[in-house]
Design a protein around this ligand. Structure first.
Ligand code: NAI
Length: 299
């Protein structure tokens, strides 16, 4: 028996970078389910240069053509002022913010040998600071209303490592840390914060996905976003890898390790296989869980 449809009637969702690719797909999915959507996109190229108002506006038109409700916003989320303007658009148009999908992103790929300091900030600015810039002005509103759903978009490049993406991987893991802390801080106020690591065919990936790219549509990512954005979702601080219809949880686990209060470099060398043994790992939900284990092992 299938679950009842997940409706978003009356919910207000901000989706950054929603003028194309995954963000557009998320916007269409939430709008189709009744959400009032702020389609943010500055309309730049994959490397973040340039800009045009048409990307966000054309997605708004698509949503309206399907009978949905949306408003375009073309501010860059890379600055605090831009983030505030996105939230203000939601407030001016729909009066509140229930959902934030931090999705906007750019690439400045090259091997670390060739990466310059100038290639770090633009990537951190859009991915990591962008999520901060949009979420921060909405946070107090969500706390006050006792409700919020936030989804950050990480990447396997950061979670697992990938050649040529040191700046991107660092930014994407920053989004995991941001989400984990917000999950802890927002819990008692009805806010849930989760993370997706998608694999999908978009302009960002069109040259790297190979011969099965046609099976990796963005529309196979958006159901997870809808699930995590829904009020019935109780998950918090979780990370999901999703692509081509396959979905799985990614987690940070800790091995049982060893306890040795006279630890030396040599004793570590002797027991490194046992330290690394993943049998009977546990998954801390927050820092305190790990500290409790360490304290429990102390004499
Ligand atoms: P995309 O390039 O189609 O979408 C990114 C969007 O963000 C673009 O429309 C762009 O104009 C917008 N954007 C860039 N800078 C912005 C700014 N400062 N302010 C507002 N909007 C801005 O690429 P795609 O694939 O849809 O990427 C969406 C997210 O998913 C990104 O965060 C990306 O890193 C992430 N991702 C995508 C994967 C994939 O397989 N496509 C894999 C892992 C992560």
């Amino acid at each position: 028996m299938s679950a009842s449809p997940l409706s978003f009637d009356g919910r207000v969702a901000i989706i950054t970078g929603a003028g194309g690719g995954l963000g557009r797909s998320h916007a269409l999915e939430l709008a189709r389910r009744g959400a009032l959507v702020v389609v943010n996109d500055l309309g730049g190229s994959v490397d973040g240069t340039g800009g045009s108002t048409t990307a966000a506006e054309s997605v708004v038109q698509e949503i309206e053509a399907l009978g949905g409700t949306a408003v375009a916003n073309t501010d860059s989320i890379a600055t605090p002022e831009g983030g505030e303007a996105v939230v203000q658009t939601a407030l001016d148009t729909f009066g509140k913010v229930d959902i934030i999908i931090n999705n906007a992103g750019i690439l400045r790929d090259t091997s670390f040998k060739n990466m310059t300091a100038e290639m770090l900030d633009p990537v951190l600015d859009v991915h990591l600071r962008g999520a901060f810039n949009v979420t921060r002005p909405a946070w107090s509103l969500m706390r006050d209303q006792g409700y919020g759903r936030i989804i950050n978009t990480t990447s396997g490049a950061g979670l697992f490592g990938n050649f040529g993406q040191a700046n991107y991987g660092a930014a994407k893991m920053g989004l995991v840390g941001l989400a984990r802390v917000l999950a802890v801080e927002g819990h008692k106020n009805g806010i849930r914060v989760n993370v997706i690591a998608p694999i999908a065919r978009t302009r960002m990936t069109e040259e790297i996905l190979g011969d099965k790219a046609d099976q990796l549509g963005p529309e196979l990512i958006s159901p997870l976003v809808a699930y995590l954005a829904h009020e019935s979702c109780d998950r918090n601080g979780a990370i999901y890898s999703v692509g081509g219809g396959r979905i799985a949880r990614v987690f940070l686990g800790v091995t049982p390790g060893v306890m040795d209060q006279s630890l030396t470099a040599e004793s570590i060398a002797d027991s490194i296989d046992q330290i690394d043994d993943t049998d009977d790992f546990f998954i801390p939900a927050r820092l305190n869980d790990e500290i409790r284990v360490i304290y429990g092992a102390l004499s």
